[in-house]
Design a protein around this ligand. Structure first.
Ligand code: SF4
Ligand code: SF4
Length: 380
């Protein structure tokens, strides 16, 4: 590659290469275009002197998504999720290599709270921009306590770069594949020109609230909304996120049954977290203890950031959301009418109708059943 290309050409070549590699949306955002967002939009939190970020969305296989949403088969979707995350990290690694060849610093962004080397980064405001950002977008005390604040928010970067737009779920929706995607980003000291924010006209979110209806817990507020202004743009509002451990309990499979008891995520647990946020952490610790005594779910992957083995057991709020309303309606029905999950003694989880699941649990020895649901034990 010639090393005297201008920044616009470098950007366009990188974005073209990411598109032909399978990304369904690509873009670039800059420090200016992110100004006004939460502290996690200051790119210098990850890389000193960072000026811009390349952002991509990579679609998940729709057939595997539907096997998962219908509770027909868990594994194909989970393998797809692992594969696509690795593809995205590989693409971002290659983008950073290319930027370095042009003489710029660059680093891939990881979706969690730590950089790729596992170092715990300080996610609290450390400069004036971040302090101002924190005043405009205050963090919840529970997020600070449990460490769910990202170093860099890929969602915010995706909205600011025109890769997608916020739906009511708070997830990023893309024009072609909705929210059934994996985001990726890399930050760089190159002053790459920004791509435009998407127009409100292409935001298909019609506030159907099916993302809320598939959520087995109360993570998305029914009354409070969050709006973010970045650069010159007021982005679409989304439901304020409640205590993150409510979602985490289902994502990790510790909990499963929905609050109305009619459907479940893939987790086989039936205990519910209390309504009072102050009681969530102690209740979750009990679920952690229960889960440690249950058989190990086969498959899964090692979280690269904390080394723990984990399985993906929910994500329904993003997987339900498709640009075509009839597809969205089908996935809503599949998830909420696909039965509830139980766990076999060899660790496998499978879905079955409510009454069969009830009979399965009733037939369990009590010492096993208490790992899944609250049971009143007769002292006599
Ligand atoms: S499921 Fe409906 S309300 Fe939720 S983000 Fe998608 S289109 Fe919007
Ligand atoms: S991942 Fe599941 S539990 Fe978490 S917000 Fe989405 S639907 Fe709710």
């Amino acid at each position: 590659m010639s090393d005297d290309l201008d920044l616009q050409t470098i950007r366009d070549r990188l974005l073209e290469s990411l598109t032909v590699s399978g990304c369904n949306a690509v873009g670039v955002c800059t420090q200016d275009g992110l100004e006004g967002g939460p502290p996690s939009t200051d790119l210098t939190r990850q890389l000193e002197g960072a000026q811009s970020a390349i952002v991509v969305s990579y679609p998940l296989d729709e057939h595997k998504v539907e096997l998962y949403m219908g509770k027909i088969d868990h594994e194909p979707y989970q393998l797809e999720y692992i594969k696509v995350n690795n593809i995205v990290q590989g693409l971002m690694g290659e983008a950073t290599n290319q930027l370095r060849k042009f003489g710029y610093e660059a680093e891939a962004v990881y979706a969690g709270n730590t950089p790729g080397d596992g170092t715990k980064a300080d996610v609290m405001p450390t400069n004036d921009r971040q302090r101002k950002a924190a005043e405009l977008n205050p963090a919840k005390a529970s997020d600070v306590m449990i460490g769910s604040i990202p170093l860099i928010s890929q969602r915010m970067l995706a909205a600011a770069s025109g890769v997608g737009f916020f739906g009511m779920s708070g997830n990023i929706l893309t024009e072609t594949h909705g929210a059934a995607i994996v985001l990726g980003a890399c930050v760089t000291t190159a002053e790459l020109p920004a791509t435009p924010v998407l127009s409100q006209d292409v935001n298909y979110c019609d506030e159907c609230n099916w993302c809320g209806q598939v959520c087995p817990t109360s993570f998305m507020s029914e009354t409070d909304f969050t709006t973010v202004k970045m650069g010159e743009h007021d982005h679409h509002k989304y439901t304020t996120r409640e205590h993150h451990l409510r979602c985490a309990s289902h994502m990790t499979g510790m909990a499963g049954l929905s609050k109305n008891g009619k459907f479940s995520s893939w987790g086989p647990g039936r205990k519910h977290l209390p309504e009072d946020d102050d009681q969530v952490l102690p209740a979750l610790m009990q679920l952690v203890g229960d889960t440690a005594k249950r058989p190990v779910v086969p498959g899964g992957f090692y979280d690269p950031q904390n080394g723990n083995k984990m399985n993906i057991m929910c994500s329904a709020c993003n997987l339900v959301c498709h640009p075509e309303k009839k597809v969205r309606a089908k996935r809503l029905k599949m998830w909420t009418q696909g039965g509830v999950t139980i766990q076999r003694e060899d660790g496998r989880v499978e879905a079955m109708p409510l009454d069969e699941a009830r009979a399965y649990l009733d037939a369990m020895p009590i010492e096993r059943r208490v790992l899944y649901e609250d049971v009143e034990i007769d002292p006599a």
